[in-house]
Design a protein around this ligand. Structure first.
Ligand code: UD1
Length: 426
């Protein structure tokens, strides 16, 4: 297993190209199942999770091709002419929970699907009950057998009102895709509003879907008999943008985040600014740096969009470890999403956890240590801490990073970080 070695203390300076959003790209790829005609996706990130989704789609019978495109980043073509199989097997689903996103499209197009239950996950139990409830409301019959979700819709899916008792990004996406091919109109109430949902909605519209209310908490989708070919560019990754903005601030440097958009992360930007970051729009994206000598301890609570994203919580905690004063960080979306805490403490951070809140008392500086990555966002938070720490840090099990951050060492090294990937024993 690869490790990453970092010698901290260098202010990052330069420009970083923000990639297409992983969390937009994955549902967009699943949307290719909905049409017999090909889907072209531009600005695709090069990540392990994307490769896992390619493997899953190829298993279902959708060939994919990838080419580099100077003007629009990586370009992926997905060909949904024939669906050869409607089963998403355990060996692929266990690698990536987002595999559940093929359930709605398969059911809508083929009338049946079997998807392995994702099972436990490092950051909490993460059930799929809302996905299943929504599809059942559209007329699907669902049985759980031998670890698989077996869903059928012998008479097709029928539009209906689905009221989500809790906001779920994945369930909203599954239902948007399924409802696009259902008979009649579907209303999704208490739907998620993340920019990635809007991006999926725009692509579905380009494929001929009739969706109203994108970006609002109620979506209305009038089903159509078929969807057609489309060409869509994936939105920039707001989580990567926020992460590198914090990397600039924690190291006392300045980064221009090319393609980064503040409007997709306003709540996060407001908190970051209160915490001592300066974020200004440039004509190529945005420029991030520390506003003053010291960051300012600032409380935060994660929430569904437009609130502060849970996917930036771990990085924010790393940032606050070196702030002046204390910060209370409360996680409301996932249980067990504080696995970075014991590792940050190994780097001399002062953090106390009480149930869903972590009290971070800022220190003058962190010190390098051997640490272990436990999930995607925890890994990058350790990396941020290491960039600012005195001395050397080795992060073990970095395969988590490769799931969600494209060319992370290359991007940081180009801006002056002393960072190297070590292959071998993890
Ligand atoms: C997506 C993102 C993930 C992000 C999360 C929250 C992708 C590929 N992943 O995950 O990076 O952290 O949104 O912004 O886009 N829940 C249920 N029942 C369900 C579904 C969810 O109880 O059927 C709960 C979850 O356990 C969690 C909350 O709802 O507590 C939100 O989860 P959800 O929005 O569904 O997250 P994902 O779509 O899995």
């Amino acid at each position: 297993m690869d490790r990453i070695w970092i010698k901290g203390g260098r202010p990052l300076q330069g420009a970083i190209q923000i990639s297409g959003a992983k969390n937009a790209a994955l549902p967009l790829m699943a949307a290719a199942i909905l049409s017999e005609e090909p889907l072209t996706l531009r600005n695709m990130p090069d990540l392990q999770d994307i490769r896992t989704m390619v493997a899953l789609l190829e298993r279902l019978g959708l060939p994919t091709t990838v080419e580099e495109d100077e003007a629009h980043g990586r370009l992926m073509r997905l060909d949904g002419a024939t669906i050869a199989d409607t089963c998403a097997p355990y060996d692929l689903v266990r690698k990536m929970r987002a595999s559940i996103l093929v359930l709605g499209p398969l059911l809508a197009r083929e009338g049946n699907a079997a998807v392995s239950l994702p099972g436990g996950c490092a950051i909490g139990t993460r059930p799929v009950d809302l996905h299943l409830m929504g599809l059942e409301t559209l007329g699907a019959e669902i049985a759980l057998q031998e670890g698989y979700i077996h869903a059928t819709a012998p008479k097709g899916l029928i539009g209906a009102e689905v009221v989500f008792p809790k906001i779920s990004v994945g369930a909203t996406e599954n239902l948007m895709m399924a409802a696009s091919l259902a008979r009649g109109t579907t209303r999704l109430v208490n739907a998620a509003r993340e920019p990635e949902i809007v991006d999926l909605g725009r692509c579905l519209q380009a494929m001929g879907a009739k969706i109203e209310g994108l970006g609002k908490d109620t979506l209305e989708i009038e089903g159509v008999p078929r969807l057609h070919a489309a060409d869509h560019a994936v939105v920039a990754d707001r989580i990567e943008t926020g992460t590198y903005a914090m990397a600039a601030a924690i190291t006392g440097g300045e980064l221009e985040l090319l393609g980064g958009r503040i409007d997709d992360m306003q709540a996060a930007a407001d908190i970051l600014e209160r915490g001592g970051l300066s974020l200004t729009a440039s004509n190529r994206g945005l420029v991030a740096r520390r506003a003053n000598e010291r960051l300012v301890g600032t409380d935060v609570m994660t929430a569904p969009f437009p609130g502060f994203p849970t996917d930036l919580q771990a990085q924010y905690m790393a940032l606050m470890t070196t702030a002046g004063g204390a910060a209370m960080i409360t996680e409301t979306i996932f249980e067990n999403r504080f696995m970075h805490v014991p590792e940050l403490i190994r780097m001399s951070a002062d953090i106390t956890v009480h149930t869903a809140s972590a009290l971070v008392r800022g220190r003058e500086r962190l010190t390098g240590a051997q640490v272990m990555a436990t999930d995607l966002r925890a890994s990058i938070s350790l990396l941020l801490a290491a960039l600012a720490a005195e001395g050397e840090t080795t992060i073990n099990r970095v395969y988590h990073l490769d799931r969600g951050y494209e060319k992370v060492e290359a991007k940081l090294a180009a801006c002056g970080a002393e960072i190297r990937r070590l292959s071998g024993n993890g």
